[in-house]
Write a protein that binds this ligand. Structure first.
Ligand code: AMP
Ligand code: ZN
Length: 482
């Protein structure tokens, strides 16, 4: 049984899909006026974890993520560069997809764009219904949603009407409306802005309406899970509920799952604050994609994640423990009957891992069950009790966990014992071993700075060194960089 914290009820609930065995999942995607930052990736990684847990549990998941390619910022950026919206947003969409792959986030089934004519038609349809019901009204060429005509307004964010201030994006437009709380569904044409000629008049869509229309396009009026960062709760998701439920008369979404922010010095990482790092910045700091994904993944999604170098180092150290375990397992070559304890260890680790994830994605507990397994298996290994079959079973289990959920490239951990004579083979491996020798020499000369530099160089090339009792071993943790 999967339990998820539902923002709507404010508590963890058992997850029951509308259609048995199938999940309709909608996650708010990027506004492509710029490149994504690590904060955005935190949200997308937590959504990936949720999706992977659902898949692991055998659900078929239909996943839609929108791409906001028309809003104040994309229009401003395109105008500044003298480009069309499509030309302007293209590199940001491409980077988004490339970085998503780097972080091993499973692709959505659909990435609808707000400017797609089919989606504009869907938005116009909803607005027509809302106008017909008298819930939307026209003013100076724009169309607004009158929130006092939707009594359930505020149920998600639990903000009383009097307290409600227009959010940074929901209401920060200068369009005239009847009440400060109302929000724009359709914006009147303006000089220098793109405009669509439609049945409800010329103009461009407001932000919220796109998610109501695009989810309906693929799911119909009701679906299972809607995700986003907590900043999306109000006004964005509150407004999505209002539009969809007022138009369709059915409950829009059963489970609202929101992830907390990634912060820097206690402040939300955001483009507007200038406190952001892109994925490429963190890679340039010498951390590999798996380590970054591990960091984003390993803090529970409803806790704030403080983005610091210390946190990155800790993620690296945790991942190293798993990688080293695989390296050690590869060194177990003795034949003989398997140790009876190993099957039990794997079993209890598997159960602990998945049950923790089913409990509102409790990743810390899930990882703890893996580290417990490693610790106990290491005790057996150090006593010389493990045989090749045990090592194979343990490795297969770790790789299954990696392949299905963690996705931190553990299958690429390959082991080599560094040759003590500087390496006899040719090519890349000989180069690596030469560098290892140079590092050994630097250490012997007490030139630790140089030794560290060499270690870093190797790391950049995806090679991790390990000092063991038997000498230096190295392993590849990523594909060789060409
Ligand atoms: P945006 O491109 O601003 O529409 O944001 C895309 C997604 O990233 C949304 O789900 C936001 O909630 C999320 N997001 C933005 N900033 C952060 C942050 N600092 N930490 C976590 N998620 C964020
Ligand atoms: Zn949205």
């Amino acid at each position: 049984m999967i339990r998820l914290h539902n923002t709507l009820s404010g508590r963890a609930e058992e997850f029951v899909p509308i259609e048995p065995g199938r999940v309709k999942l909608y996650t708010c995607g990027p506004t492509v006026y710029d490149y994504p930052h690590i904060g955005n990736w935190r949200s997308y990684v937590f959504e990936d974890l949720l999706k992977r847990v659902l898949l692991y549990r055998g659900f078929r998941v239909l996943h839609v993520m929108n791409i906001t390619d028309v809003d104040d910022k994309t229009i401003k950026g395109a105008n500044l560069k003298g480009l069309s919206l499509q030309e302007y947003t293209k590199p940001f969409i491409e980077s988004f997809q490339a970085e998503r792959e780097t972080l091993s986030i499973l692709a959505a089934d659909h990435y609808p764009r707000a400017t797609d004519p089919e989606n504009i038609r869907g938005m116009v349809e909803i607005i027509k219904v809302l106008l017909g019901k008298g819930i939307a009204y026209r003013k100076d060429g724009s169309i607004y949603f009158a929130i006092d005509r939707f009594p359930a307004y505020g149920r998600l964010s639990k903000i009383a009407l009097e307290d409600r201030r227009p959010g940074s994006r929901g209401g920060a437009d200068e369009y005239e409306k009847e009440s400060v709380h109302d929000f724009a569904l359709w914006k009147a044409p303006k000089e220098g802005e793109p405009s669509w000629d439609t049945e409800i008049g010329p103009g461009r869509p407001g932000w919220h309406i796109e998610c109501s229309a695009m989810s309906a396009r693929y799911f119909g009026p009701a679906f299972d899970i809607h995700c986003g960062g907590v900043d999306n709760i109000f006004p964005h998701h509150e407004n999505e509920i209002a539009q969809s439920e007022a138009a369709n008369g059915v409950k829009f979404v059963n489970y609202w799952v929101h992830g907390h922010h990634l912060v820097v010095d206690g402040e939300k990482m955001a483009k507007s604050k200038g406190n952001f790092y892109r994925l490429s910045d963190v890679l340039a700091m010498g951390y590999d994609a798996a380590e970054i994904r591990f960091l984003l993944l390993s803090t529970h999604y409803r806790k704030m994640l403080d983005f610091t170098e210390g946190a990155l180092r800790q993620a690296r150290a945790s991942l190293e423990r798993i990688r080293n375990f695989l390296v050690d397992l590869a060194g177990i070559t003795s034949d003989g009957p398997p140790h009876p304890e190993v099957a039990r260890l794997i079993d209890s680790s598997r159960t602990g891992f998945i049950e923790a994830l089913e409990d509102d994605l409790n990743i810390s507990e899930a990882l703890a069950s893996i580290f417990t397994l490693i610790k106990k298996a290491n005790v057996l290994k150090d006593k010389g009790r493990l045989v090749r079959k045990d090592a194979e079973d343990l490795r297969a289990f770790i790789l299954l966990v990696d392949q299905s959920i963690l996705s931190v490239n553990l299958a690429s951990v390959t082991v080599h014992a560094a040759a003590s004579d500087g390496g006899s083979g040719g090519g890349a491996e000989a180069d690596i071993e030469k560098k290892i020798d140079a590092r050994q020499k630097a250490r012997a000369d007490k030139d630790f700075k140089r030794a560290d530099e060499i270690r870093q160089e190797l790391l950049q090339a995806g090679i991790v060194l390990e000092d063991t009792k038997e000498g230096i071993r190295w392993k590849r943790v990523g594909p060789p960089k060409s």
